[in-house]
Structures are given as C-alpha cells and as structure tokens.
Write a protein that binds this ligand. Structure first.
Ligand code: LMR
Length: 396
C-alpha cells in the first residue's frame, strides 16, 4: 500500500521547530516559527488567561460537546473585537461567526465552503505570503496565484503593482489579504491603500478573504482592525479568519474563528447552515477549553482590561527588540541599513537575508530563521539579541 509513497518535504516553518529541537547547542536561538517569547525566552501564560483557567478548573465542569459552530458567547466576542461593538453589521445580524481550530482551521473551513460556491475560482495570495496559504488553498482544490506585494528595494508595499495584479484577476477570484502585521514581511497597507483595494475588489467582483492572526500586535486592537472595519463599511461580502494563538498566547489550544459578512440576516442564516456542514464533516465540533478561556476574558471587564495591558506589553517589547536589533546590527558593522526593521509591524521582519545566509546562521551559529529570510523578532530578548546581531553581521 505504501511502497510508492514519497517522502514529503519538511514544513518550511513548523519543520524548523523539529530541527531546532534536535539541535544540541545550548546557545541556539529559534527565530523561525511565529511565537512570542517573553524577556526570559519563555512562551508566556498571560495573567488574564491564568485567572480564567483557574476559575474553570475550580468549577469542575462536565465535558459535553460544544455546538458545531462553537461557544455562542465566544463567537459574539470575536465579532465585537473584529467589527467593533457598535457595528451595524452586528445589529443587523449579517455576520456569521464559527469558532475554528486556530486561524489555519478558519481558513480551511472558509476554503472548503468557497470550493462548493465557486470551484473554478483562482485564489490569489500576496507575493510573498505565509507559506501555508498556498498549501492550504491548493489542498482545498484551488489553483493558487500570486499578486505583487512586497517591494524589496523600498522595504514597502508595491501598492500600484498590487492593484494592477488584482485588476488582472478574473471575476469571482478569491483574494487573500493580510489585515495587519503582514506575514512574512511586516509591512502593511495604509488606510488609503485599503480603500483602493476595496474599490478594486468591488469593481472586479473579487471575493476578499482577510486573514488577521496578529490583531493587537501592530498598533492596537482597533487600529489593527482598520482593514476589517473598512471592508465592513464597504457593504461587500467578505470572509475573515482570525486567531487568538498570538494575542492570548494560546498557541496549542487552537483558538480561532471564521467570520463571514453577508448581505442580509436571511443570507447569514443560510451561510451559517452550510458552514456547520463543513465543520461537521471535518471534525464535528470544536474543543472547549481555549475558547471558553478567551470568552471568559473578553466578556469580563476586569479580565479584559488585564489582557489589554498584557497585549500592550507584548507589543511594546517587540518594538523594543526591533530598535535593539537595528542598533546592535550597526554596532557589529552589519553591511547595509537595517533601519527598515523598526518600521515593520508585528512579529516578523523580512530581513533581506538570502537562503544561503539563513543556512549559515543555522549551521555556524545555531540561529534558526525561515529560508526566505523571515525572522521572528518576538523571539529576541536581551540575552540573545547581541549574539543574533553579531551572527547576522558576520553572514551579511
Ligand atoms: C508562523 O507563520 O510562523 C505562524 O503563523 C505559525 C504557523 O502556523 O506557521
């Protein structure tokens, strides 16, 4: 049965974790996967999460099934975070939200639904994009193409190129857009650029699928939702995959959501029924713990305030590490101007390192980065910053 099965390549991001785990060097540094580590190099357990978990454990609740689309109070809290509590879309009950297995699970449920709706539509992702976008939509049966995004010489977005790329897509094409903290480049569109994208999407009848996995890691909860809010104002139908992996430091609990904005409540009811079928035939219904914790925090004024402070602390620390990296790269005589790292948003920096330089970082220094040159700035701390900067300077 398996004699002709070929060995699949390692996952370009999670595969690095495997290699990192097997590395015996004591001073190794993992800048590969997008995980926030605190100043001591640990994945934090947030205070708000700890309190909500304690209350849950003490309540000793039974372990029944959740509804197919998850905890209703969680889904509603997700909607308020994405669209704003006073959004008319919510008052009109035009948004369908289903708890999902992280942002990846939300993308896959959305992709499976879209495949029923329009099986021949191409899916366009940014060039470059999160490695799993292409793999996930291809696995769902779509042809995946790129639209221009990153402008390497300016370390910014090629907005004109992006618009031209979107204009060239056939009607009905699905466009995957990073709502904030673009993964892997760390460069985002401004509000004016988003308006141009929305006009193009409308004019060419494209299907927008926003991916927001880092809300709160750029400029703040509402500021990072600007793209979602502008699409909401546009009156267009769209999809949003969101995640609490990073913002609640709940990676392994797989807490995310798929939200779909429809034209009317009647449409929403029908879309929800189809989303539930997709979920039921994939994994039946989602797990309880992580979403219950997030729901408890977001629906409790004090815990929510604590969480917002903690999210702000993570955001500030990443900024500090960006500044520190730029300074130390200069101090170690790295070739070129790395000032752009400070202007980038979120966990990642597209460092400009080549695949060969990344390979040298790994073999000679035990520093792991994605082959494209993406480094996770959120994994830097005062203990490893200097070593990382010195190593980059040596390979650059
Ligand atoms: C990343 O890009 O490193 C994260 O989103 C983790 C993942 O699943 O790839």
């Amino acid at each position: 049965l398996f004699s002709s099965v070929e060995l699949a390549p390692r996952d370009p991001i999670l595969g690095l974790n495997e290699a990192f785990g097997a590395d015996t060097r004591a001073d190794k540094v993992n800048l590969g996967v997008g995980v926030y580590y605190d100043a001591n190099g640990h994945v934090p357990l947030l205070r708000a999460v700890r309190e909500a978990e304690k209350a849950r454990v003490e309540a000793m609740l039974p372990r029944g099934y959740l509804p197919i689309d998850g905890i209703a109070l969680y889904d509603q809290a997700v909607q308020r975070l994405l669209f704003g509590a006073s959004s008319p879309l919510l008052a009109d009950r035009r948004v369908v939200t289903a708890q999902a297995l992280g942002g990846t699970g939300a993308l896959k449920v959305g992709a499976d639904f879209l495949r029923h709706l329009n099986p021949n539509a191409p899916v366009a992702i940014s060039d470059p994009s999160w490695e799993n976008h292409r793999a996930l939509f291809e696995a769902a049966g779509f042809k995946v193409v790129n639209y221009p995004y990153y402008n390497a010489p300016t370390h910014g977005v090629d907005v004109d190129g992006m618009i031209a790329g979107l204009e060239a897509l056939p009607k009905g094409a699905v466009v995957v857009l990073h709502a904030c903290c673009h993964n892997p480049t760390g460069v985002d569109l401004g509000a004016g650029d988003w308006k141009r994208v929305i006009d193009t999407v409308r004019k060419h009848a494209l299907v927008p699928f926003l991916d927001i996995a880092y809300q709160g890691f750029g400029d703040g909860i509402d500021a990072d939702a600007v793209a979602v809010r502008l699409f909401a104002d546009s009156g267009l139908p769209f999809f949003v995959a969101s995640s609490f992996s990073k913002s609640f430091s709940l990676y392994g609990e797989r807490v995310g959501a798929l939200s779909i904005v429809t034209a009317s409540h009647d449409e929403a009811v029908r879309v929800q029924s189809q989303i539930k079928r997709v979920i039921r035939t994939n994994y039946s219904n989602p797990p309880t713990h992580g979403a219950a914790v997030v729901s408890a925090v977001l629906n409790h004024a004090e815990l929510r305030a604590t969480w917002e402070v903690e999210l702000g602390e993570m955001r500030d620390r990443i900024r500090e590490m960006r500044r520190g990296l730029v300074q130390r790269l200069a101090a170690h005589g790295a070739k070129g101007d790395y000032g752009f790292i400070e202007a980038q948003r979120g966990m990642f920096s597209y460092s400009g390192l080549s695949a060969a330089q990344v390979e040298r970082l790994r073999t000679e220094f035990g520093i792991y980065a994605v082959g494209t040159g993406r480094i996770c700035v959120a994994a830097l701390n005062d203990g490893n910053l200097d070593r990382v900067a010195e190593a980059i300077a040596q390979v650059s």
